[in-house]
Write a protein that binds this ligand. Sequence first.
Ligand code: ZN
Length: 342
Amino acid sequence: MKRLLPTSTAGSLPKPSWLAESEQLWSPWKLQDDQLIEGKQDALRVSLQEQQQAGIDIVSDGEQTRQHFVTTFIEHLSGVDFEKRETVRIRDRYEASVPTVTGPVSRPTSVFVEDAKFLRSQTDQPIKWALPGPMTMVDTLYDDHYKSRKELAWEFAKILNQEAKELEAVGIDIIQFDEPAFNVFFDEVNEWGISCLEKAIEGLNCETVVHICYGYGIKANTDWKKSLGSEWRQYEEVFPKLQKSNIEIISLECHNSRVPIELLELIRGKKVMVGAIDVASNTVETPEEVAATLREALQYVDADRLYPCTNCGMAPLSREVAQGKLNALRAGAQIVRRELLA
Ligand code: ZN
């Protein structure tokens, strides 16, 4: 990116109400068959336009074609039985009924490549595409085959690498892996989580991101956050090893969080997508609030390595609030850009 402080979003954006129920995760589709395919493409166009109108520099599909950032990817794989369900604790936070890994996992066909091609055909702007990370995928399944989180994650890493290479080939500029599980299983992150990520990006020439957040603004996550005390130091556990990894960009939750901003010192030298928009609140930030978060981050991140972003996806918000937040992100980045160039 030649532009100073290029803005982007962490991932999902609200879906139009004609496509899916508004303001919820896992929202069921309202269309079927060919109408659904067309509806998803139309929603992608609208979501792109909303980002463009807000002046977002690095755009995405807003995850309009996916029901959920992890599940939709896994649904396309073989070796996972969605009928056979077990209850597990997700991210050590809440119980959920999840599908079972019943055999070797593989990716019979591309998952998002057609969607990515479509997005590429709609814009010349830089595009970022999000995929789930291997550890987060493992954490949303019951494994009755490998019986090893590490082994299953490694298999997912190989599958993600195949998908990522195809996304790169159709013109995706930045590929992001969503790893909220990195904020929970520190020992595993350091033992194998980061190596799996490096496997997922092996041989890629495009830029790569790992997104580590405190989750969507849903109740299970906000309750969990309340239990974390006055300082959230989770990042401290994984930053030293991430700093030494091949991942180029680290996407983080910062604004309105209790993450001590000085933890960014531990990833000095990396590019950082700084979350300057709170996705767990319906209050739209003022441009000045966004600017204040970015200024704080600039103490630890060189200006040419700082990417203003949202804390996480905005799928559960209303379209109006999400649009307001995108506008605030652009305006806040613009304030700081002017200061840097003055
Ligand atoms: Zn997130």
